[in-house]
Design a protein around this ligand. Structure first.
Ligand SMILES: NC(=O)c1ccc[n+]([C@@H]2O[C@H](COP(=O)([O-])OP(=O)(O)OC[C@H]3O[C@@H](n4cnc5c(N)ncnc54)[C@H](OP(=O)(O)O)[C@@H]3O)[C@@H](O)[C@H]2O)c1
Length: 269
């Protein structure tokens, strides 16, 4: 029988997290912990996958990290992979949304995964210490966004939270290497999901090619977790946008400020 592979996935009730849970369920010995607020959706997925448990909670609540640690400890006593995927975007200019909008993004997209990681890191390190099979690293995968490299109008709060998440993730990568915990960063571009419908991009033939799928991001999450990659853009050529932001910032400013990928309506992407 394969060794157990315990993975906790946040935001598993839809989109990228759901696709990641389906993908990880195919790993040998997989036993998943599925986390989000919509319990019925999590339970339906757990029933379908088998060998998965569900914790329905709001990750921004102060007691959520401890509740998840208690669950993982009592159910499994070890943890091989943490996928910090849950996140959302509430589109707004700064003039309209102000600090309240920025803070809302920071709470869910930055503070919540950082606090969850803080709670689970000792267990991840302990699992790494005890693990006999070193071929599949113990891992944390942080799902940021290409918005962690390039900001767009109406998404300043979202970008701020993802820039912060990516910056923190890079430091954690270096800090945890000596402790046997691999930290991978995934930066998706446009992926049509419940929370990020990408309506404008889907509507235009000229931009539709830019869309990726939750399944492709799930593969990147496996690459950046057990696969041991430090960083994955999805689709891969999106790293060019990040490079262009550094090498040709005026071009990127013209593109993002000139209407490309922007919407005049506040709300979701
Ligand atoms: N789709 C894209 O274009 C795109 C691009 C770049 C990066 N990303 C990132 O990918 C991640 C997943 O997004 P997605 O596209 O898959 O969107 P999605 O389908 O809307 O999924 C978001 C997930 O986060 C969960 N969630 C939201 N708020 C939560 C809270 N307070 N507590 C617990 N869970 C919460 C949602 O579940 P409940 O509502 O049931 O709680 C849902 O499962 C996000 O971090 C997003 O920023 C997405």
């Amino acid at each position: 029988m394969a060794d157990a592979f315990i993975a906790l996935v946040t935001g598993a009730s839809s989109g990228i997290g759901e696709a990641t849970a389906r993908r990880l369920a195919r790993e040998p010995g997989a036993r998943l912990v599925l986390v989000a607020r919509r319990e019925q959706r999590l339970k339906a997925l757990a029933d379908e996958l088998g060998s998965a448990t569900v914790v329905a909670l709001d990750l921004t609540q102060p007691d959520s990290p401890q509740r998840l640690l208690n669950h993982v400890q009592s159910e499994h006593g070890q943890l091989h992979m943490l996928v910090n995927n849950a996140g959302a975007s509430w589109r707004s200019t700064f003039e309209e949304g102000g600090w309240a909008n920025v803070a809302q993004h920071m709470r869910l997209n930055f503070e919540a995964p950082v606090r969850l990681t803080e709670a689970l890191l000792p267990l991840l390190r302990e699992t790494a210490r005890q693990q006999a099979d070193k071929t599949r690293p113990i891992s944390i995968v942080n799902v940021a966004s290409t918005s962690a490299r390039v900001s767009r109008p109406n998404a300043g709060g979202y970008s701020a939270s993802k820039y912060a998440f990516a910056g923190w993730s890079d430091a954690l990568y270096a800090e945890e290497r000596p402790h046997g915990v691999h930290v991978g960063l995934v930066l998706p571009g446009f992926v049509s999901t419940d929370g990020f419908p990408a309506t404008e991009i889907r509507a235009r033939a000229a931009t539709r090619w830019m869309l990726s799928t939750p399944e492709k991001v799930a593969e990147a999450i496996v690459d950046a977790g057990p696969g041991g990659k430090a960083e994955r853009y999805v689709p891969r050529p999106y790293w060019l946008a990040a490079a262009a932001r550094l090498l040709a910032p005026a071009v990127v400013r013209r593109a993002t400020g000139g209407g490309l990928f922007t919407t005049s309506t506040p709300g979701r992407t």
